[in-house]
Design a protein around this ligand. Structure first.
Ligand SMILES: *Cc1c(COP(=O)(O)O)cnc(C)c1O
Length: 355
């Protein structure tokens, strides 16, 4: 049995999800005629108290569409220096929107209203125009860190008072909501747009939904066309997303519990210096002095545990739908037998944990 903790994207659709996919009613979504896609878009929008939704192929696409709708070339986007929109979307902000980026060093990738205030440019021809703030919740590179709702409210109020748009990269938004007992309605009320991934912890094979008001989604739909993102009988895959929203949210708590357990086990190892606080389903372990993350990753692969490196000195493990208590038990047995010598003697190779 391979224990795969590389990402929550590696899950297989369950039998019930596949059943929902097979039974989906479909139509040509480019004509707006796919009933299942329409249902998914409406459900996602309603969950967050938004007017409309747009089904897209990926979270990169929903983020990039949102950024390009909210900005004009030459504008500036304010976000964390660890943000997925900046680090892991192929330079898309520059390429697709012609916008510059103002990076903020936050707390595990979380920025504050004060940070934002200090980084909004004065209305002066010398400076790019600050028009958009992006936050990520949970924060992948911050080890699944959750934003404090009070801070988000402050950022939201600030954006509204200064005329900036506020976007959330919610690739793992349900992990954040479930772990902090926050309602999606309350969360949605703070933002102009939210990108929701169905293919992470929710376990669907593909897809993300962008939600916002009608005018925003109208413009996002035009942009999706430019990006070549129109799909035809997409209801077959949208059905998996709908199934995920209806069935796979509450169970994220199990992923969080197992991630916490993994953190406790890792912390005791002589090659691990410490772990980031485990808020949700992501565990980041920092290596002891002289231990390379790539060596750890390779040594673990050799005993059937797969994970990714996060920079030179950290590894990341992510729990998900296909990681059960039996996997946790086996993981604990296997990893407890590892030691520093075994890790440092393994062969090095670099793979970044960007998914
Ligand atoms: C996975 C992820 C995305 C979207 O990635 P896709 O692979 O394009 O779906 C966006 N933001 C974060 C934080 C992610 O983890």
């Amino acid at each position: 049995m391979i224990i795969d903790l590389r990402s929550d994207t590696i899950t297989q659709p369950t039998a019930a999800m596949k059943e929902a996919m097979i039974r989906a009613q479909v139509g040509d979504d480019v004509f707006g005629e796919d009933p299942t896609v329409n249902q998914l878009q409406q459900k996602a929008a309603e969950m967050f108290g938004m007017e409309a939704g747009l089904y897209c192929s990926s979270g990169t696409q929903t983020n990039q569409i949102a950024i390009s709708v909210h900005t004009r070339p030459g504008d500036e986007v304010i976000c964390s220096d660890l943000a997925h929109v900046y680090l892991y979307e192929g330079g898309g902000i520059a390429q697709n929107s012609g916008a510059s980026v103002r990076l903020i060093a936050g707390d595990r990738g979380r920025i504050t209203a004060n940070d934002v205030l200090r980084n909004i440019n004065a209305d002066d021809a010398h400076y790019p125009k600050s028009t958009l703030v992006c936050v990520e919740n949970t924060m992948n590179k911050g080890g699944g860190a959750i934003y404090d709702m009070e801070e988000l409210k402050k950022i939201s109020d600030l954006c509204r008072s200064k005329g900036l748009k506020f976007h959330c990269d919610g690739a793992r938004i349900f992990n954040a909501l479930v772990a902090s007992n926050t309602s999606s309605q309350e969360f949605g009320s703070l933002f102009d747009s939210i990108s929701i991934c169905l293919s992470k912890g929710l376990g669907a094979p593909v897809g993300s939904v962008l939600v916002g008001n009608k005018d925003f989604i109208y413009r996002a739909h035009r942009r999706r066309k430019n990006f070549g993102g129109g799909m035809r009988q997409a209801g077959f895959i949208a059905a998996a997303g709908l199934y995920a929203l209806e069935n796979n949210i509450e169970r994220l708590k199990d992923d969080h519990r197992r991630a916490t357990e993994i953190g406790i086990v890792l912390e005791k190892l002589d090659w691990v210096k410490g772990i980031f606080p485990v808020d949700t389903n992501i565990v980041i372990a920092e290596m002891e002095q002289g231990v390379k993350a790539a060596d750890a990753m390779n040594a673990l692969a050799g005993i059937g545990i797969r994970c990714f490196t996060f920079g030179d000195d950290k590894i990341r493990m992510v729990t998900h739908l296909d990681f059960h208590d039996e996997h946790l038990k086996l993981f604990t047995e296997k990893i407890s037998k590892t030691n520093r010598d075994m890790i440092t003697n393994s062969v090095s190779e670099r793979i970044a944990g960007m998914y």
